[in-house]
Design a protein around this ligand. Structure first.
Ligand code: PLP
Length: 415
């Protein structure tokens, strides 16, 4: 059998025919690793080069004769087409997602825009759920629209509407799970089933889910995208994006990256690989702390409502329990107070930074009305479902007891 971690050598003993999948921590450390290292280094070195030299003209001609449209055998040609440090991370993400292959980009948006641009022909159609990442929706409704690609938006959780929105020209269903900021959960199996019946491809933005908590490919989803800036990197120190899926779907996307140019640089790829080694550890801790925080907040008299898929009070709790092994590190909640009182509570917190983003070791907190929806009026915000007393807390890896003590002292400003 072929090991799930490394490619077996021909002489390796043949083991039991039913391989057990390694755990998420083992995959985080060793997943996709072929253990071929320059200078016997343990981490994959940063191969900081923009281009690659040929020994002589015969070497060049041999390479040109054998190269297969971007997926090059044994060596590289030019930095926009590939880099060993980047490929090492791609193999690890693929192993974590249970995918054949993955392709890395300079940001989550570069990943999403490159995939949609390259996979959807002019005149075709997308169905998208309404609480997708704002910039993804903006890209579809402006840039893709200019190319004659229309997008229909349907309410998250309304599968009849989703199916009804599919037209003969539909090529993609684009959804996200969990979503921001209410952590709605898409029924992945149901979406995949609708897509397969209508011969439409599916893309799930799994950024909030992480491969530790959910593996959408197992439910028949075609493409997974991550903003690796969030949990995968995990330290608020890099921007990256990744798309994972079947080999024959990822190969053309890798070719498209060579044209569109959104490849990540080797330094950031190295930081991402370093971050990924602790993905399992970090996300387990974030899951556990977020659950405690959600329960604490739900019982607190100064809190009006908590949104966390691990709580039975969440509208999608049942499906979350079915398809997730943990519920993530983001807890959203509404405090009893006005816009200004909510800000005062946030300002009284000592542990989290006030910042956009999520998924890193440092806790971050934000008031969506003032962060992502600052330019809107109160009424416009409410129309978009954004209450002014809403808080999004992206929990890091600090001790749960300290985070709860900090919330306790800060909530006193609302008393
Ligand atoms: C942050 C984010 C993105 C965009 O990723 P960048 O790395 O910032 O480009 C896309 N989707 C979701 C769900 C995100 O949270």
């Amino acid at each position: 059998m072929t090991s799930n971690l490394t490619t077996a050598n021909p002489g390796d003993p043949v083991e039991d025919s039913t391989p057990t999948l390694p755990g998420m921590n083992t995959l985080s450390v060793h997943g996709g690793d072929n253990r071929q290292r320059a200078h016997q280094a343990i981490p994959m070195p940063i191969i900081q080069t923009a281009t690659y030299a040929f020994a002589d003209t015969a070497d060049l001609i041999n390479f040109m004769q054998h190269k297969t449209g971007g997926g090059l055998v044994g060596r590289e040609e030019y930095g926009r087409y590939g880099n060993p440090t980047i490929q090492s991370v791609e193999r690890k993400v693929a192993a974590l997602e249970g995918a054949d292959d993955a392709v890395l980009f300079s940001s989550g948006m570069a990943a999403i825009t490159s995939l949609l641009l390259s996979a959807i022909p002019t005149g075709k159609h997308i169905v998208m759920t309404n609480d997708c990442y704002r910039r993804t929706r903006q890209f579809c409704e402006t840039f893709l629209k200019r190319l004659g690609i229309e997008t229909s938006i349907v309410a998250c959780g309304d599968y009849e509407a989703l199916e009804a929105a599919i037209q003969p020209s539909t090529r993609f269903i684009v959804s996200e799970s969990p979503t921001n900021p209410y952590l709605r959960i898409a029924d992945l199996e149901r979406i995949a089933d609708i897509a397969i019946r209508h011969k439409v491809r599916t893309l799930i933005d799994s950024t909030f889910g992480t491969p530790v908590n959910q593996r959408p490919l197992d439910y028949g989803i075609d493409y997974i995208v991550h903003s690796a800036t969030k949990y995968l990197g995990g330290h608020h120190d890099l921007l990256a994006g990744v798309v994972a899926g079947r080999k024959d779907r990822i190969a053309p996307l890798r070719d498209a990256r060579g044209v569109l140019g959104g490849i990540i640089d080797p330094q950031s790829a190295y930081l991402l690989e370093r971050g990924l080694k602790t993905l399992g550890l970090r996300v387990s801790q974030q899951n556990a702390t977020a659950m405690q925080v959600a329960q604490y907040l739900e019982a607190h008299p100064a809190i009006e409502r908590v949104w966390y898929p691990g709580l039975p009070s969440h509208p999608d709790h049942a499906i979350a329990v079915q398809q997730m092994s943990g519920f993530g590190g983001v807890v959203s909640f509404e405090v009893r107070g006005t816009l200004e009182q909510t800000s005062r509570f946030i300002d009284a917190l000592e542990i989290p930074y006030i910042a956009p983003s999520l998924g890193g070791v440092d806790s971050l907190i934000e008031q969506p009305a003032l962060m992502s929806f600052f330019e809107k009026t109160t009424d416009e915000r409410l129309e978009l479902g954004i209450k002014e007393n809403l808080v999004r807390f992206a929990i890091g890896v600090e001790d749960a007891s300290d985070i709860i003590a900090d919330l306790e002292q800060a909530l006193r400003v609302l008393a």
